[in-house]
Write a protein that binds this ligand. Sequence first.
Ligand code: ATP
Length: 488
Amino acid sequence: MAKIAGLDDIVSLCKRRGFIFQSSEIYGGLASCYDYGPLGVELKNNIKKAWWKAVVQMRDDMVGLDCSILMHPLIWKASGHTDKFADLVTECKKCNTRTRVDHLTEHAEQHTKHISIDEAAAKKQDLSDKVCPNCGKVGQFTEPMPFKLMFETQMGANVDDSMTLYLRPETAQGIFANFRNVLDTTRVKIPFGIAQIGKSFRNEVTTKAFIFRTREFEQAEIEFFCKPGTDEEWYEHWKDARFNWYTDLGLKKDNLRFRAHDPDELAHYAKACLDIEYRFPFGSGDWQELEGIANRTDYDLRQHQRGMRTLNNWFEKKGDLSKIDLKDEAQDYESGPLSYFDDQAKKRYIPYVIEPSAGIDRSALAFLVDAYDEEQVRGEKRNLLRFHPALAPVKVGVFPLVKKDGMPEIARNIYNHLKKYFTCFYDHAGAIGRRYRRQDEAGTPFCLTIDGQTNQDNTVTVRDRDSMEQVRVSTDKLLNHLREKLEV
Ligand code: ATP
């Protein structure tokens, strides 16, 4: 039976082994910001590689993109973020702690939803029986206020020509803004998707649970464009494809589930939405969102058509760009620049979009939690991470048994050869058992030991992390043996 890791186990292992550190630690740390250390960056890169491989490389209907974080402010006006991306916040009158209103109930984490600022103002909240998560006082809250989630920054050196920009709160809008560019420069035909991995920023009211909810995080998002009417089929397709991606990479099925959003939880643009939830070992409800899958309909492309048209009108009329109201100026039109010409049906339409939106940091946390294990071996505790080989930061450890009799030289040669194919780690210091344990804790699937027999018959021992079994493999077969086992 694998040990279920607590968050403390994970935080302490991450710090001890160099997976994840608190940001700016030498200055006392910066809340909710984290740095990935030498093992952490390998893990994170492997998660991104596995995602890219599954959704771009292995598919014929997907292309990739990498957009800038700073974008034209009208993008956020059109998408609804400038006006609608807020959390409703209240302050405890006793201890002055600010909390998201939807986080005040016990299982609220499972029903979070960012709301419209107008909606927030209009919504009367009864907080009389709610408990302050900090001091425990009941019902002593200020009037809820909307709290804007986008970080603002200034572009331009001079006051006169500087412009307020936002750090993107999602990567998705860069994809919509490039929809036409991708259509014009590739041979994609609907149905097809555009995938992107990148940093997003949200000024979250409350951050929590290590890298689960931070203000700077990385997202992996797909916008899959399809013909209206086929959207429900594609929604089902992506639901299964994304669930299977996690289990293929080793997450235990029992720790994953779907949760469909209730109609009153749906974002203003969504026809349907569900979360893939993971049973994280913290928080009130345990099950928490790992990835969201939404049917965004044609909302975003339509909105950007309105945005483009509004901007054209604005150039003629001038005025205050930040006060533009897209609703006033806009008209829907199927033949606009963001529409798609279906040459079989000989018809133009604005495609529907299915969006699977994953968090790389949240996935990293789930993979760490799921892989964590402790067991007793000959009266000693063995800590290990049972990572899928594709995710393991180091694939192979290479050790000479002792520092003599030519063993280090042979081990170095093997290491120099293998590292051309996958990440390897060379270690000659300390007892062999301790070297194995260090690699177990880093999640390294295989360790090779070059010993006295190597000189006689050209074989080395290959030790398996999970079973601790050792087999002898001849050096000329080593690369193929490992490749097969590692599936690389
Ligand atoms: P939540 O309800 O947890 O605030 P959300 O529903 O607003 O999240 P989405 O906008 O659907 O999240 O974002 C897609 C994915 O991006 C999430 O499933 C999650 O993995 C990741 N993500 C979102 N916000 C954060 C954050 N503050 N820190 C880390 N990852 C995040």
